[in-house]
Design a protein around this ligand. Structure first.
Ligand code: SF4
Length: 489
């Protein structure tokens, strides 16, 4: 059955969206409750659907997949009592590359497969860039796919492997896969975590009592009271069981890591730790760099809440211009608020954000936002600020212009819909109708994430393809469909 979900917010299509969050736990008494809490903490990484698989020696593998928020599905005793066991994994998703806007329950992970040596389930964050080619090949050789998800290829590749056990089969399957993958998987007794050789998407390890947890972000460890042990390394596979602990190895050809720099800017929660530093602190540093690179005379620095807040705090601190909450966000505006009728849709951004008129009136305002994608929301916010009586509006953006789509697990509009793909910075300023518009430079962003010398063009430390157009893994399927890479300089 396919279920049409309304968008989370009628105007939320003006942000890049992380497509998945993953979580796994072993060695606890009630895995499903831990997973539900972990997924709830990761809900910002995907709001369309979620799923949990557990294993219990008496009932075997148990699974539940639902459309909608974790809090609306995985809190009822009716569902949770169907998920007994001390080991399990879970997944929250936005949508897959092939099925935008119409999520089918069959696409909701984790995916489960029954193999000769027992069952296994997997949950994937990222995007397989050669999935179309793999899928065609697998179907030609007799595989029957159940979903439209690229991640299902992993299960079919495992089924065809001659590996002696599930981790061996996973390893062999993942060697054939290109692109970005952080994966959690489980057998009856083992929890497995893997990151692709570039380490594009995050995955962290935590200790909870006598058990272990794997999660996309540390905020999901915090919620269950787990201690953050370390990040899983790029190219690392960990196999964990409750008795023997964590066994680690590196099955892929070593490469320079290219973690997604946009996780620092926007995707990850500000209370998570990435690369040994809080995401909040990195975003504050981005604001500091931005103030150094793009100063302007003004009376007030305002964040576009919530994602622009830490950078605005940094900008205000560095510039000495007072910080104020000029825009207030309605925290209770959820998917279930009202049906997004045409009239409601036209209210647009006002449903979520309201201007603090008393603060704004007569002021020269610097608005700090995390990114500009299509520019539709930025234009509406500018109108609201001017309507409230601001004397000037200056946009400062905490990421470089987003001019290229992401093919590594983030939902991006087609290239021609990205404002920065078709306009210069001055054209964008005119289009948005603001007094000034400046983006942080790529070098400035690298400095803010801890690379003192900025971006090394010969050996960049991060994936920054959506800004630079330099893709660390060629997006094979998209090239096949006609996507044109940036010409070499
Ligand atoms: S293209 Fe952008 S969003 Fe995608 S992985 Fe690279 S940095 Fe992250």
């Amino acid at each position: 059955m396919s279920i049409q979900m309304p968008p989370a917010h009628p105007f939320d299509d003006d942000k890049l969206k992380e497509e998945c969050g993953i979580f796994g736990v072993v060695g606890v008494t009630d895995a499903a409750n831990f997973i539900a809490l972990g997924l709830h903490a990761l809900q910002h990484r995907g709001q369309e659907a979620g799923g949990i698989v557990t294993h219990d020696p008496e009932t075997g593998f148990n699974q539940a997949r639902r459309m909608g928020y974790v809090r609306d599905n995985f809190t009822s005793a009716d569902i949770m009592k169907t998920l007994p066991g001390g080991i399990g994994i879970g997944h929250v998703r936005y949508s897959t590359a092939g099925n935008k806007g119409q999520t089918a329950i069959r696409d909701v992970q984790p995916f489960f497969g029954e193999f000769a040596m027992g069952g296994a389930a997997i949950a994937h964050n990222g995007n397989i860039t050669n999935a179309d080619a793999l899928r065609r090949e697998l179907i030609d050789r007799g595989s029957i796919f159940q979903s439209s998800s690229d991640s299902e290829c992993i299960i079919h590749l495992m089924a065809r492997s001659m590996g002696r056990n599930i981790p061996d089969r996973m390893e062999e399957a993942l060697r054939k896969v290109e692109g970005a993958f952080s994966v959690v998987a489980m057998t009856r007794t083992k929890l497995v975590g893997v990151r692709d050789p570039l380490g594009v998407r995050p995955l962290v390890l935590g200790k909870v009592g006598d058990g272990w947890a794997l999660a996309s972000e540390t905020c999901a460890l915090d919620i269950i009271g787990a201690e953050f042990v370390r990040e899983i390394e790029p190219g690392e596979m960990v196999v964990i069981n409750a008795k023997d602990g964590v066994a680690s190895h590196f099955p892929f050809r070593p490469q320079n890591s290219r973690f997604c720099i946009f996780e620092h800017v926007y995707f990850s929660r500000p209370d998570s730790i990435l690369g040994g530093r809080s995401v909040y602190e990195t975003r504050r540093q981005i604001g500091i760099e931005l103030a150094r690179e793009a100063p302007v005379e003004a009376d007030l620095v305002c964040p576009v809440p919530d994602s622009g807040t830490p950078a605005a705090i940094g900008y205000a601190h560095e510039s000495g211009i007072p910080y104020g909450m000029g825009i207030i966000r309605n925290q209770y505006m959820g998917r279930t608020f009202i049906e997004p009728t045409e009239q409601i849709r036209n209210m647009g951004v006002r449903l979520k954000l309201n201007v603090n008129r008393a603060l704004i009136k007569g002021k020269r305002v610097i608005l700090v936002d995390d990114s500009v994608v299509r520019g539709t929301t930025s234009r509406k916010i500018k109108e609201m600020i001017l309507d409230a009586g601001a004397a000037e509006v200056h946009f400062r953006i905490a990421s470089p212009p987003t001019a290229w789509p992401c093919f590594y697990g983030v939902d991006t509009p087609q290239r021609e819909k990205l404002l920065a793909a078709t306009m210069t910075e001055e054209e964008m300023r005119q289009h948005l109708g603001v007094d000034s518009l400046r983006f942080i430079s790529l070098d400035g962003l690298y400095r803010a994430v801890g690379e003192a010398k900025g971006r090394n063009p010969k050996k960049p430390a991060y994936c920054d393809a959506c800004f630079s157009g330099e893709y660390p893994v060629a997006p094979a399927d998209m090239i096949q469909k006609g996507f044109v890479l940036k010409a070499a300089e």
